[in-house]
Design a binder for this molecule. Structure first.
Ligand code: BUP
Length: 456
């Protein structure tokens, strides 16, 4: 126990999609002989964040907790009312305040691993403390390339000069159709775009870029990044995924699954902060019913969980539950998604392609029907399709752009659940993912090299 250990401070950003990978990283580092201080952004946006933070520290008492109160959000921004984007803005403006909190920690810090959203401020703090900053990217390697280049792409001009039909070239990676780029990126005044651009300019100051992906899954993108083809001044990318699940005594267990035949259930979830119109929810319900497959659907009816007030019956109608009571279940509670995906009864996953969900599907080898809704999700869906983990209903557009009819949903679910070749390919992805994170695997090696580098 007198062996020198690196002391790493972790700084996540807002929302479960950003918190979850940090909780996993914290547990992974602690189990590899690191001293870990996990900073927790206060106040949290969602209830799920608060409950997971509390229960994480109860389960991992050896990980130090340090609350970090961010600058109050600016009220003048008129480009978005998304509470998560607004909190990203506040975190982005607050990183530099960390210095006094961190300089007195004992033992002294070896490094800060911070969410991309805080890169600008944290890189200044790291310079002052003379320690390295590693930026943690919570999306695909492919989308990371887009955000790294964003300050230099002039997307607003691209749109203004009639380029909305023309693909956008990403150096070293080929082209992206404008329809898959998040719409806010075409507006340089948008808060989300500002936050990304501000922090992307500081990426060259980072020591390395952690990606929750693995070499086999995105080989060309990782090679292009590490060969300086995307931008010449970026630090190396360090693919260390899929992250290991961490122990957590929380979450809604679903005994119903245990009674279902192998690979017979389609799991449906659009992540923690995507909601759909009531009409779309009803069409989706109709599609699941028509598909004839059993289903487990985690339904979110508001962007922030605290605001989710309508009952399932109000949302989907009493008769839906009468008709489908033997076929499927719908829940609003937080479930243990990783446990569900690993359950033998699950045969497919209808997903928005939030990156954590993609990595969880990869790890468990479950085929995906990609239905991206916003943000990085269309680019992630491209990655899913290319790696042969799933299929993508490309023409369904962004969430809310048009009403996708039940019949179309049913056809795609039938395709997903009935495609044995796809299932075998997804299983292969699962084998490769698990190989990458095992001792001696590509991701584990990269992580251990970093830990060794940081060991005093
Ligand atoms: Br909902 C839900 N249980 O009930 P993504 C989500 N999750 O374990 P998002 C549960 O939350 P961003 C639930 O397994 C994943 O690890 C899920 O992250 C877990 O999507 C995480 O998939 C959700 O990245 O975040 O929430 O839309 O927009 O940041 O991608």
């Amino acid at each position: 126990c007198n062996q020198p250990q690196p002391h790493v401070a972790l700084l996540p950003s807002a929302g479960m999609g950003h918190l979850t990978p940090f909780l996993r990283l914290a547990a992974m580092l602690a189990s590899r002989s690191c001293t870990v201080t996990l900073m927790t952004i206060q106040p949290t946006v969602s209830e799920a964040e608060s409950t997971h933070i509390t229960s994480f520290f109860a389960t991992h008492p050896h990980i130090n907790r340090l609350d970090f109160h961010v600058h109050p959000s600016a009220t003048s921004d008129t480009t978005t009312d998304d509470p998560f984007f607004i909190r990203f803005g506040a975190i982005s403006r607050s990183g530099h305040l960390l210095g006094p909190l961190l300089c007195s920690l004992s033992p002294p810090l070896s490094a800060i691993f911070s969410d991309f959203i805080a890169t600008a401020g944290v890189s200044q703090v790291c310079e002052d403390l003379c320690i390295p900053n590693y930026t943690v990217i919570t999306t695909s390697a492919r989308f990371y390339s887009l955000i790294a280049c964003l300050p230099y792409l002039s997307l607003e001009n691209h749109a203004k000069t009639g380029g909305s039909e023309n693909d956008v070239e990403i150096p070293g990676l080929g082209s992206l159709a404008p329809s898959i780029i998040p719409p806010p990126f075409f507006n340089s005044n948008h808060l989300f775009t500002n936050v990304i651009e501000t922090n992307a300019r500081f990426l060259p100051k980072a020591k390395g870029i952690f990606l929750n992906t693995f070499h086999w899954f995105e080989p060309e993108t990782i090679a292009a990044q590490n060969n300086g083809k995307v931008l010449t001044n970026l630090p190396p990318v360090l693919p260390i995924g899929p992250y290991e699940p961490y122990e957590l005594k929380q979450g809604h267990h679903i005994p119903w699954l245990d009674d279902q035949p192998a690979e017979s259930v389609v799991y449906v979830s659009f992540g923690s902060r995507t909601t759909m119109s009531k009409d779309q929810l009803r069409e989706l319900g109709n599609g699941l019913e028509r598909s004839g497959h059993r289903f487990l659907w985690v339904l979110k009816a508001s962007k922030v969980d605290k605001d989710d007030k309508e009952s399932l019956e109000e949302l989907l109608g009493h008769s839906f539950f009468e008709r489908t009571k033997n076929e499927g279940i719908v829940v609003k509670e937080w479930v243990q998604q990783e446990e569900i995906l690993a359950h033998p009864a699950i045969g497919g996953f209808v997903s928005h392609c939030g990156w954590n969900s993609v990595m969880e599907a990869a790890q468990t080898g479950v085929p995906v029907l990609a239905w991206p809704q916003h943000g990085d999700q269309k680019v992630n869906a491209e990655v899913v399709e290319k790696a042969e983990l799933g299929i993508w209903a490309r023409h369904w557009g962004w969430g809310g752009q048009k009403l996708v009819k039940g019949q179309d949903v049913a056809e795609k679910v039938i395709e997903l659940m009935g495609d044995h070749i796809l299932r075998a390919k997804a299983r292969k992805v699962g084998e490769e993912a698990r190989k990458a994170s095992k001792v001696g695997g590509s991701s584990e090696k990269v992580l251990m090299e970093v830990i060794e580098f940081l060991t005093p």
